[in-house]
Write a protein that binds this ligand. Structure first.
Ligand code: GDP
Ligand code: MG
Length: 631
């Protein structure tokens, strides 16, 4: 295929705005004969993984409505987290046949690096907006990445068949938000197929072919590895975009990231299923299997052994921003859990793993994630695919502790120094901050400002996205705030306080000095490691009190009086006393919060009897689950 007849593009859209439907329309309409029509009732072509369907990425397949309701309105679910689904299609236009490669992109900035690298394989992007909903925060952030990469943007308003569609208003909103010309906006219905032909025409006419390689007339093989998956029979399958030269079966190739050498054993295009071909040529996008044992380095550049090429720019290791400990409900399951985690990380390299042990929870793993969505999706996968019953500790962010001219990153509160002890010589503590963006109807402005303030946000800017003058007129709020403030229940609050209308996104904004300290909980004067927290000093009393109350509620009474305390350094900031049990009360009574439906505990009845000793206090393991899993 001549590279001037190739178009590489992706679709940028908020959850439920119609990305899968449009992708299906494109693939379906122009692949007659290959997969014919999608069989009725079958999942949409681009939604392949079980977890994805179940998590309700596309409305009609959602079975887990809880998970969906929590995240869907924030666009917190998308195909690309798990596996970007890429497809090639052929279309003839003005008597010429074109190969169109759709490259799937995650829709959320937890995965900004993955967004950047998927977009690096494209020359253009379809910016798809629901004409009844308008622009959402994630769409805006992904758009900025695409713009930075110099991609041609094809703006599209979808769902114009719906009576609630407001194409003129939304077109004005797209103009003011993205700076696009209203006359360039395509009005379509991915559902009925109306206007989809125009989309194909726009892809061919507006998006340039991947000419750079051609122009250089470079015959050396240079392949950009932008995604990978793991198949239990074939091993690692990589998606590559050929920047120059030709890749063929039997080629001896080398990775720039690792210097390791491989032999290409199989390759082809995604059509949309994998179809083997003889070669992949410059400008093309396809799949490739070589003798890679462990997972591929996504973002890597591959070349032929014996030749040298410049690596693709922007390869950087993923940076974990949220850490949590994962422990098996049943401590005998540790080996199985670790094995499951290992297997899952084969398909998701961005998770970092190390071992962690805790006196309260036993042996477990400490995992680093790109963000909270990433953490939740990973946990879901672990539970679904491996039937693992796990408990995850409260998430923490990587803090930076400055001693003189030395800086240490601390991602486990247990390792955080006591800043009130001057002999520790801590000069300063810094925490990661993010630039948060919220898009919300104007009527919720006050609520949002309060929420941001309560979460230690700095000065907040806002501007109107449209000038309809109605109270439903939407505003974009931006503010710098601590990452730690959004890793717990921020989304839930944002959603409830905006009646579900707010969309939210954030990007890394570096580190900022902050008045933080480690809070330790003492049960009968013994510290409990798994419960340590990092708190802002302004909230120490409130946080201490809330946790101490919670502990008081879940810890069963003992034969003696048990003090429960929250301490910062040597200072006790909150205290409750668990009164002694009367002799006639049955031992081992474990109270009120049992009803809380911890699904994994139901089949773990015997663990009720598993006690942990903290000092001389017997604690049922469930007490920990209860404390750690409730907000
Ligand atoms: P995604 O989350 O962006 O992949 O969105 P989907 O493609 O799964 O679509 C979300 C929902 O919107 C589904 O119920 C679709 O049937 C529906 N939908 C998508 N496009 C249109 C359209 O043009 N018109 C109407 N009425 N519904 C649409
Ligand atoms: Mg979808």
């Amino acid at each position: 295929f001549p590279s001037d007849a190739i178009r590489n593009f992706s679709i940028i859209a908020h959850i439920d705005h119609g990305k899968s439907t449009l992708a299906d329309r494109l693939v379906e309409g122009f692949l007659t004969g290959t997969i014919a029509k999608l069989r009725k009732g079958e999942q949409q072509t681009l939604d392949k993984l079980k977890v994805e369907r179940e998590r309700g990425i596309t409305g009609q397949y959602s079975s887990n409505s809880l998970f969906k309701s929590k995240y869907a309105s924030f666009g917190y679910l998308f195909e690309g987290t798990l596996k970007a689904q890429t497809a090639s299609m052929f279309h003839s236009y003005m008597n010429k046949c074109y190969m169109l490669n759709l490259i799937d992109t995650p829709g959320h900035v937890d995965f900004s690096w993955e967004v950047a690298r998927s977009l690096a394989a494209c020359q253009g992007a379809l910016l798809l907006v629901d004409a009844t909903q308008g622009v959402q925060a994630q769409t805006l952030s992904v758009f900025h990445v695409a713009k930075e990469k110099g991609l041609v943007i094809v703006p599209i308003l979808n769902k114009i068949d719906l009576p609630a569609a407001q194409p003129e208003l939304m077109a004005a909103q797209m103009q003011s938000t993205f700076g696009v010309n209203p006359s360039d906006i395509l009005h379509i219905s991915a559902k009925t197929g109306k206007g989809v032909e125009k989309v194909l025409e726009a892809i061919i006419r507006r998006i340039p072919p991947p000419v750079s390689a051609l122009a250089r007339n470079d015959k050396r093989l240079k392949a950009f590895l932008f995604d990978s998956s793991y198949d239990k029979y074939r091993g690692v399958i990589s998606l590559v975009s050929i920047q120059s030269g030709v890749m063929q079966r039997g080629d001896r190739i080398q990775s720039i990231a690792t210097s390791k050498r491989y032999e290409v054993t199989d390759l082809g295009v995604m059509y949309p299923e994998e179809v083997p071909t003889i070669s992949l040529r410059e400008g093309q996008v396809g799949w490739m299997v070589c003798s890679m044992k462990d997972s591929a380095h996504v973002g890597d550049t591959l070349h032929r052994v014996g030749e040298t090429v410049e690596p693709m720019p922007g390869f950087k290791p993923t940076k974990a921003m949220v850490y949590a400990g994962i422990f098996p409900v049943d401590s005998n399951d540790f080996v199985k859990l670790e094995e499951s985690i290992k297997r899952l990380t084969l398909t998701d390299r961005s998770v970092t793993v190390s071992r962690e042990s805790s006196t309260a929870l036993g042996q477990g793993c400490r995992l680093g994630f790109l963000g909270t969505l990433h953490m939740d999706v990973f946990r879901q996968r672990l539970e679904d695919e491996y039937n693992a019953n796990v408990i995850i500790t409260a998430p923490t962010v990587p803090y930076k502790v400055v001693y003189g001219d030395r800086e240490v990153y601390v991602s486990n509160p247990t390792n955080f120094p006591d800043v009130t002890d001057t002999s520790n010589k801590v000069k300063e503590v810094q925490e990661p901050v993010v630039k948060a963006s919220i898009i919300v109807p104007e009527e919720f402005l006050g609520e949002m400002m309060d929420l941001l303030f309560a979460h230690r946000a700095g000065e907040t800017d806002y501007r109107y996205l449209d000038d309809s003058g109605a109270s439903s007129s939407r505003i974009l709020l931006t503010s710098v705030m601590p990452l730690s403030e959004i890793v717990t229940d921020f989304f839930d609050k944002l959603k409830s306080r905006s009646s579900g209308f707010a969309s939210f996104d954030y990007e890394d904004a570096g580190y900022k000095a902050s008045n933080l300290a480690k809070m330790v909980f003492l049960i009968n004067n013994k510290p409990v490691d798994a419960l340590a927290l990092i708190v802002h000093r302004s909230t120490e009393h409130a946080v201490g009190r809330a946790w101490v109350k919670k502990l008081h509620r879940v810890i069963p009474r003992q034969l003696f009086e048990v003090p429960i305390q929250a301490a910062i350094g040597k200072k006790i900031v909150a205290r409750e006393t668990l009164s002694a049990m009367r002799a006639d009360v049955t031992a081992g009574l474990y109270g009120g919060h049992h009803e809380r439906k911890l699904k994994h505990l139901e089949n773990q009845k015997e663990s009720k009897r598993r006690m942990k000793k903290i000092g001389s206090v017997d604690l049922p393991q469930e007490a920990f689950f209860d404390i750690l899993s409730s907000k």
